[in-house]
Design a protein around this ligand. Structure first.
Ligand SMILES: Cc1cc2nc3c(=O)[nH]c(=O)nc-3n(C[C@H](O)[C@H](O)[C@H](O)COP(=O)(O)O)c2cc1C
Length: 349
């Protein structure tokens, strides 16, 4: 009879993002758990974000020269470099624990990737002007702006200085214009303001204030992507905010190919950088988004789970898991350079 040894000291198995999700769910206090896991109203958009990746299948290739898979990608004409085609999205991590943003920045010690800085996470003793000094130049910080009625003028002023402070790009998140009925609650300590309803004129003002690469995040239709670019943005972030703003919407991965097709058709928008987020949980999700036209993927909830489970090493381990899954899949579908994934890498299910 075989004897199975049970090692009670070795802790939980943490080999996939799903493992981190399960572990974080157990560890977090109820209100923070609701804040991170929650989505708007019925949560339909959030589930659809994750499930809709299965509408696209990866085409297995063999007899390919895939000894090495290049993972480096360069954005905005070389102004931003990344050793991976995915990196941390702008996420307000402060409700997890004070100064959690500093542990997000810790990723720069292990990976040369850009990091988006949520303006909501810049609180307490953290000074927006000082953050770029805390990371090596190989991890460009991209400042994400939320406009609120009470901070509007101040943010416009800060945009004038962002480049001098060392930021390498600016993101304006435009999809939180309405206080919707949320299916989750935000602890009162974190959230007190209303959002400003962004219009093209706001994007034009930010464009005037800074010459840094400018991205408009929260675009879900071809027509809005075009307006964002016409207003001066250099790129768009195809995102439905992880299903946190409107219920019963398209999954972000369903919207992506339509936006890509529209922008690539026109000369004036052909070269725009297209980023993607919402629902990424696996390396295969990333390769599908790249094949459908995204040049970079932003990671949200998986990094919350990483920090919830392991403050010190979670960001690094979750990035390593996604990288390994991505590189392995790339090799198996004949992709040797992740900056040039062929659309033929995927097929409709
Ligand atoms: C708890 C939480 C906080 C977030 N905070 C911000 C934020 O401060 N700024 C922002 O632009 N997006 C924010 N987002 C949206 C993320 O940047 C990203 O679009 C989203 O997490 C992607 O969905 P996924 O996490 O399900 O993949 C937040 C998302 C979550 C789950």
């Amino acid at each position: 009879m075989p004897i199975f040894k049970v090692d009670l000291l070795s802790g939980p198995k943490l080999e996939s993002i799903g493992d981190y999700e399960r572990e974080a769910r157990m560890k977090l206090s109820p209100d923070v758990r609701e804040y991170i896991f929650g989505a708007t109203e019925s949560g339909e958009t959030l589930s659809r974000n994750v499930q809709a990746f299965s509408k696209f299948l990866i085409r297995r290739r063999v007899l390919q020269n895939i000894d090495k898979v290049k993972t480096h990608v360069s954005y905005f004409g070389g102004q931003i470099q990344s050793e991976l085609p995915f990196f941390p999205s702008s996420i307000n991590v402060t409700p997890l624990y004070p100064n959690a943003l500093l542990d997000v920045l810790g990723l720069s010690r292990s990976f040369k990737v850009p990091i988006l800085i949520s303006s909501l996470a810049v609180s307490g003793t953290i000074d927006l002007r000082e953050l770029p000094k805390l990371v090596p130049k190989t991890s460009p910080l991209i400042w994400q702006i939320y406009f609120h009625p009470e901070n509007y003028d101040q943010v416009m002023k800060q945009a004038l200085s962002a480049s001098d402070w060392g930021y390498r790009g600016v993101v304006v998140t435009v999809d939180t214009e309405r206080s919707v009925k949320l299916g989750y609650s935000i602890p009162k300590s974190i959230f007190t303001h209303d959002f400003h309803n962004c219009t093209p004129s706001d994007i034009r003002k930010v464009r005037k204030a800074t010459s840094l690469p400018l991205l408009v995040k929260g675009v879900m239709t071809p027509e809005d992507a075009e307006v964002a670019l016409e207003s001066g943005a250099d790129g768009v972030g195809v995102s439905n905010h992880g299903g946190r703003t409107m219920d019963s919407g398209e999954a972000s991965i369903e919207a992506l190919p339509k936006i890509v097709e529209h922008l690539r058709k026109k000369k004036s928008t052909r070269n725009a950088e297209i980023f993607f987020d919402s629902g990424i949980r696996k390396g295969t999700d990333i390769i599908k988004a790249l094949a459908l036209g995204a040049r970079g993927c932003l990671i949200g909830r998986p990094y919350f789970w990483a920090l919830a489970v392991d403050r010190k090493n979670g960001m690094k381990t979750v990035t390593t898991i996604l990288r390994e899954e991505l590189v392995r899949t790339a090799a198996l579908c004949g992709v040797s350079d992740l900056s040039k994934v062929d659309p033929k890498t995927v097929t409709a299910a």
